[in-house]
Ligand binder design. Structure first.
Ligand code: DHB
Length: 392
């Protein structure tokens, strides 16, 4: 087989790039180890930045999102015995976020790629990429039905997530550098059939650690609390979980509305960046190149921003053989990636309880939360970054 762009990974980065390229008449083949059901059912975060929402709408992917998603104009920070709202919309001059789950975006993307005749192959195995330093790289894999395949392409996109294979094709040391940070905690996440506990998200600081109230629909709620990374979900009964939420939220004068918990998971916390994000004919996008801790929900938004750049760069190449944007991809993408790293780290460290935290640290966090909810310039910094830098 021959295509223009071979894309390893059918997550938000890979599928969105394939969609954007299709709109400009550039062909791609997307492969993924996972089945379609797996991809469409994996629970991830649910906050889309303004720029992500605009891009989905402008490229014909907004129908279900505009019908089933929820636009939020503000968020709340709970700390020191109270609740304070940050008005994202006013502080940013009209920007907001959309609550719409990542797997719903994937359902929309897959549906659209297939309806447009896109070549998306699920459940492949034995992926092998070769010739990245030549101008005819190849991707070998075995199809879901067991047939060996070879795709010849002009470019390979590594969009295969944090368990990436493609990143490791870049020679370590001589080319590839890793920037990494672990955190001494994780999030316990639940999905519950319950009414919303709040009209808008609540990020809560408490002596017992962080918690977050989010939502999925009027009848399904998503909540998280900070926990030990070794936590076993089976040790946590529904009653114990709701009591923990209550203990962390009630000091702020508000409470959770409990319901039937139908899913429990533990999310690990890591910050990671791979530099550069390209080598030869390989370009990395999304979690294959970088991971953020979940606080602030930047993960998918960074993936979409990467492929927005790649789409333009590949578009310029195919239109006029101009390689300028391809050459500057790493520099262009890393600026937003590191901003996202900073923001996710900042939100995390302002709101979580670190294992070695003293009373001094707790008071310092409260001073910072007071700053971002009382100083217009500090609140604007949070709001600008939460709703996201415009896609340029
Ligand atoms: C959600 C996840 C986040 O990490 C966040 O900061 C806000 C919301 C969510 O899953 O809804």
């Amino acid at each position: 087989m021959r295509t223009q762009v071979g894309i390893v990974g059918a997550g938000p980065a890979g599928l969105m790039l394939s969609h954007l390229l299709h709109l400009r008449g550039v062909e791609s083949v997307v492969i993924d180890l996972r089945t379609r059901d797996d991809i469409e059912e994996t629970i991830k975060a649910g906050i889309l930045e303004q720029g992500t929402v605009d891009l989905l709408r402008q490229t014909g992917l907004g129908d279900r999102m505009m019908r089933d998603g929820f636009v939020h104009h503000g968020i709340n920070l709970a700390f020191a015995g109270g609740l304070r709202r940050i008005n994202l919309y006013e502080l940013t001059g009209g920007r907001a976020v959309m609550v719409y789950a990542q797997h719903e975006v994937l359902i929309d993307l897959i549906g659209r790629r297939l309806a447009d005749g896109g070549d998306v192959r699920f459940g492949v195995s034995d992926t092998q990429v070769e010739g990245l330093e030549s101008d005819r790289p190849t991707i070998r894999f075995t199809d879901a039905d067991g047939t060996a395949q070879i795709v010849e392409c002009d470019f390979v996109i590594g969009a295969d997530g944090s368990r990436t294979y493609t990143r490791f094709l870049m020679p370590e040391g001589k080319v590839r550098r890793s920037f990494f940070r672990q955190y001494p905690f994780a999030w316990f996440g639940i999905l519950a059939e319950a009414p919303p506990s709040s009209d808008e998200l609540i990020y809560a600081h408490s002596d017992r650690g962080f918690m977050l109230i989010s939502t999925r629909s009027p009848s399904v709620q998503r909540l998280y609390f900070q926990c030990d990374p070794e936590t076993n979900v089976d040790d946590w009964s529904d009653d114990r979980i709701w009591s923990e939420f209550e203990a962390r939220l009630s000091p702020a004068g508000t409470s959770v509305k409990p319901g039937n918990i139908f899913r429990k998971d533990v999310l690990q916390f890591r910050s990671f960046v791979c530099e550069p994000m390209q080598w030869g004919r390989l370009y990395l996008a999304g979690d294959a190149a970088h991971t953020v801790p979940p606080t602030g929900a930047k993960g998918m938004n960074l993936a979409i921003a990467d492929v927005h750049l790649l789409d333009r760069a590949l578009g310029a190449y195919y239109q006029s053989k101009d390689t300028g944007l391809l050459e500057s991809y790493t520099d262009d993408a890393l600026r937003r990636v590191w901003r996202g790293q900073w923001f996710s780290f900042w939100m995390t460290s302002m709101l979580h309880r670190f294992s070695d935290a003293t009373d001094f640290d707790l008071r310092r966090q409260i001073a910072e939360l007071d700053l971002v909810t009382s100083s217009t310039s500090a609140a604007k910094t949070l709001a600008d970054n939460y709703t996201g830098l415009p896609l340029t």
